[in-house]
Design a protein around this ligand. Sequence first.
Ligand code: DAH
Length: 346
Amino acid sequence: MITDRVKELVSEIEQATVSNKEQLEAFRLKYISKKGAVTELFDNLKNILQEDRRAVGQELNTLKNLAQNRFQDFQAALENAADSNPEMLIDLTLPVTPNLQGSLHPLTIVRRRIIEIFERMGFNVSYGPEIEKDWYNFSALNFADNHPAREMQDTFFISKSEGDVKDDVLLRTHTSNVQVRLMERQKPPIRSIMPGRVFRNEAISARAHCVFHQVEGLYVDKNVSFKDLKDTLYHFAKEMFGKDSKIRLRPSYFPFTEPSAEIDVSCFICKGKGCNVCKHTGWVEIAGSGMVDPNVLENCGIDSEEYTGFAFGMGIERITMLRYGINDLRLFTENDVRFLRQFEGA
Ligand code: DAH
């Protein structure tokens, strides 16, 4: 009777096939593990008549060897298959994991675009410190000691000097400090743009923030004229906002330029007809600008009889908001991925 069972198992084991790890393990459990069929038969050996025990024992040993050999063969075959075809280990039916790629921040996209436009016109890129002395942020730029414009910029002071205000240390309120640093260390011609972060003590709202970004521009050489300023910014506006863009200059005041002008670009949303973005004027302001005041040139060791220059400064947030129709400054710093994802591939 026990031999019938052995025959049955022999034929089962001989016919068994295994094509993956799970089936291999199932084979092991079924036949050769401690609770497997072969072990079970060995356990039954004690119930067999003494005189038959030896013969049956031999049969069982043969069965056991057969099971173990088959197991080893299956195992080797699976390993070989995996080696020669690694894809067997990859489950091609699994859903694809989404490729979560980051995107550039809209301010980065626009800063890079601004730099690209000016680089093609022959400007290089310069950087300066965010923690600055009064001299570079104000005094050298022709802000008199008690000039109200100092107050208007809502400066974050780091340390007030006991003596000269020029030695106060502060967070720069604009990127114009880099103009001074450039002119101090480099002789004209200077043609540079200066992107960077600036700080003002303003309450945070949809239209104001205490940290924002500007790009400063400076061109100093012999015979630089107001026309050069106009041409440069006109070209910029067309590249940035579309070739039909127009610009207009409104007289303004900055301590470091004379004359000074605010630059407006024709509203590229309503094409000048009037909409919410341009507050129905057909124009949006994009930059402050002017001819570098001779006092500033002299403060930086440049002969104002020999050289002239123009300068401009624009807010990167403002240009980004105009370009993408963003109506709240706070979105730039909140890092809400639903906002940021909209710039994928932009
Ligand atoms: N620094 C000015 C501001 O932050 C912007 C500006 C105006 C920069 C006129 C200039 C300029 O270089 O010529 O409001």
